[in-house]
Design a protein around this ligand. Structure first.
Ligand code: ADP
Ligand code: TYD
Length: 200
């Protein structure tokens, strides 16, 4: 059974829809489950939203996303200590994919810089699902949103998409074809979370 699970992918890839449905499935099966998200709705999280809206300096944006996460981890740790399963819609890889794209002309190795700011200060998930989808298809899904934020442009999301594929390596990650049906994706995530960890 996996306890701390994160959902990653570009805007419109389906993270919120699927993660909420998976949390409902887990609850129905009797698992005490928390569904949470980043940026959070804390004071720092609200400042993060403002940074995105006003297209603030990417260094300030990076620091605030990470600060929001460090604060969030204190709650996540408590939930885990209380025996809950925690599903989080966006987490550290969002910063590594989006802010590295923002900082690519500012730093030689933005990913290394962002990881160094985070490591040792945030929790490591047991599983990270990456919802893989072409930016054009994802953007078509969210065209109805009343206000698209500055990150929701195809050229920028192409960079974010490439960064996600680059960083999502290793056994913590499970890449999912996000164009599958909602039911299929919910089933895949649910089965993966509840499956027994194989003993060596
Ligand atoms: P995200 O949280 O990644 O931005 P959402 O969960 O808000 O994405 O989904 C964006 C839109 O795409 C929503 O209208 C949602 O109903 C739709 N959607 C989500 N998953 C799928 C899917 N697998 N197939 C078709 N449409 C989907
Ligand atoms: P969110 O509301 O989750 O967007 P969506 O539902 O469209 O996927 O996140 C808001 C925006 O913030 C989104 O474009 C991704 C971006 N973001 C970062 O740039 N860095 C981060 O660390 C996080 C958590 C989000």
């Amino acid at each position: 059974m996996k306890r701390f699970v994160t959902f990653e992918g570009i805007d419109g890839s389906g993270k919120s829809t699927i993660s909420k449905l998976v949390s409902e499935r887990l609850r129905s099966a009797g698992h005490d489950t928390i569904w949470t998200y980043e940026p959070t709705d804390s004071t720092i999280g609200k400042f993060v939203q403002e940074c995105i809206r006003s297209q603030t300096d990417p260094f300030i944006t990076s620091f605030t996303f990470i600060a929001d996460r460090i604060q969030h981890c204190k709650h996540i740790q408590q939930w885990l200590d209380n025996g809950k399963i925690v599903l989080c819609d966006r987490y550290a890889e969002s910063t590594y994919a989006y802010q590295a794209a923002q900082l690519e002309s500012e730093l030689e190795d933005p990913l290394k810089w962002l990881r160094e700011l985070s490591e040792g200060r945030i929790l490591l998930p047991d599983r990270t699902f990456l919802f893989v989808i072409e930016p054009k298809i994802a953007l078509a899904r969210i065209q109805h949103r009343t206000e698209l934020i500055p990150f929701e442009r195809v050229a920028f999301l192409e960079k974010v998409h490439k960064n996600y594929l680059k960083i999502s390596k290793g056994k913590r990650f499970l890449k999912l074809d996000a164009t599958q049906s909602i039911d299929q994706l919910v089933q895949l995530c649910y089965d993966d979370i509840v499956q027994e960890t194989k003993k060596k």
